[in-house]
Design a protein. Structure first.
Length: 465
């Protein structure tokens, strides 16, 4: 009989204080031939260390902690092919069997799977990444990154077949989410264990689908997973133990020193001054210069009829000294400019809600959103909104309920996050590469936007008398 102990994490999302404790616990309890894996979203680019080092600082931490492999999550691949290539040369196996560039080619040293030996035990570890595609096969949301993923099931099957007879245990290191993990487990024979992430699922006990065990460990380093497997001489796999532990004790001093050095390196890179501007004031709950500039830039740079964006996407004023670190701190959300078609009725309903305290003070939870509150909505300067009668005009013409308008926004509002009435585009949707902070970096020193910051968009009719 062969046995294997597996330690695992997922969705750390750059919560490095928690990870340092995990590292300390592993130093005390991990044995020589134990397997250590991460199921993706370790490198969240909201972190100055990750952002400034292009992710390589995160890989340095995983290597120093003794990890054997990392599945590529969306927070790793949203950084693009260059960052993945740089992370891949550091010697830690980065795994995804369903991820390529747009031409279907391997990216750098990214591998679909790896066979890892632990003593006399051979482990086939297959990685997979999340797949975002419509029923019609539209992958435009992914395409803007220069990266493409396909449904993981067939790709996992190919890896199992390709390595038949070469391993004792087959482990799928998945960042596809719990629903997809269940589908893969039911439809794909030969997987002993799926260690999963992406859905932030907390499990008190593992679950079984078909002959495959599935285990997830929540998010943000709250838990460290530990599993023991056994394989009989007859080839049957048995789950001996499975736990999600809450590491206590001291941080790893080794990891703490590496983190401090890599964090300083990232901050130094990001802190280089780009330019200086007059400070643009910010208010999450009311029209303000910082949001006016952003709304105008979305409208002008991407060619819509108007722009709409929620104030919660920023964290504070913009300027006076602009650096990439400043923009990361003030615009931390991983959100992209997005082109949609909304009806006048949708727009009016959203704008009306955005002027009520009950609505704009809500939490702003949603994919890619890193803000604290939802905030009111801001509009480009060609829109006028009367706060009392709620009459809206676009370029001087009253907006019509039944007409579709070409709007530039971001993929947060496009999904209906926060403002649910906006979650349905009635025409083609297009995602533009680069985050909102990248747009700000390009335009914040341009006179036409700075001069337009004070042009009012929301007013009371009595103010016009």
């Amino acid at each position: 009989m062969k046995t294997l102990t597996i330690w695992h994490t997922n969705d750390i999302h750059s919560h490095f204080n928690a990870f340092l404790k995990i590292g300390g616990y592993l130093e005390e309890h991990r044995q020589e031939h134990d397997l250590l894996l991460d199921a993706g979203d370790f490198c969240d680019f909201r972190s100055p260390m990750i952002n400034g080092t292009g992710g390589t600082g995160g890989i340095a931490l995983l290597k120093a902690a003794g990890y054997d492999a990392l599945a590529i999550g969306n927070n790793e691949f949203f950084s693009g092919t260059d960052a993945l290539t740089d992370m891949g040369v550091m010697g830690l196996p980065l795994l995804s069997c369903n991820l390529t560039d747009l031409e279907g080619r391997q990216i750098g040293r990214i591998l679909p799977s790896v066979i890892i030996r632990k003593g006399d035990v051979r482990c086939l570890v297959i990685g997979c990444s999340p797949y975002w595609g419509s029923e019609e096969g539209d992958t435009s949301f992914m395409d803007m990154t220069g990266i493409r993923t396909v449904p993981p099931g067939p790709a996992v099957r190919d890896e199992i077949d390709r390595h038949a007879g070469q391993y004792d245990f087959c482990i799928l290191l998945s960042h596809a989410g719990i629903r997809q993990d269940r589908v893969i487990a039911r439809e794909t024979e030969g997987i002993d264990l799926i260690i999963g992430g992406h859905s932030h699922t907390e499990m008190t006990v593992p679950e079984k689908a078909g002959k495959t065990w599935i285990h997830h460990s929540g998010k943000y380093g709250q838990y460290l997973g530990r599993i023991e497997l056994a394989r009989s001489d007859a080839g049957e796999t048995e789950l001996l133990t499975a736990d999600n532990l809450q590491p206590s004790g001291e941080e790893s001093a080794v990891l703490r020193d590496i983190f401090a050095a890599e964090e300083q390196r990232g901050i130094d890179i990001l802190s280089r001054s780009l330019y200086e501007i007059p400070e643009l004031a910010y208010d999450p709950f009311a029209e303000c210069p910082a949001m006016n500039v952003l709304a105008d830039a979305l409208w002008q740079e991407y060619g819509g009829e108007l722009a709409i964006i929620n104030n919660g996407i920023l964290e504070g004023p913009l300027g006076p000294r602009v650096s990439r670190l400043h923009l990361l701190q003030q615009a931390p959300s991983a959100l992209n400019p997005t082109s949609v078609y909304w009806s006048g009725k949708q727009i009016k309903e959203a704008l009306q809600c955005s002027l009520t305290e009950e609505w704009y003070r809500r939490e702003g939870r949603g994919a890619g959103f890193r803000g604290k509150v939802l905030g009111t909505l801001s509009v480009s300067r060609n829109v006028r909104v009367d706060r009392q009668s709620f009459r809206m005009t676009l370029a001087g013409e009253e907006m019509q309920d039944d007409r579709l308008y070409h709007v530039i926004t971001d993929d947060y509002l496009q999904r209906g996050s926060g403002y649910t009435m906006l979650g349905f585009s009635q025409g083609d949707t297009h995602f533009y590469p680069g985050y909102i902070r990248g747009l700000l970096e390009r335009i914040l020193n341009r006179r036409e936007y700075l001069e337009g910051a004070g042009i009012r968009r929301v007013y009371d009719e009595k103010d016009e008398e």
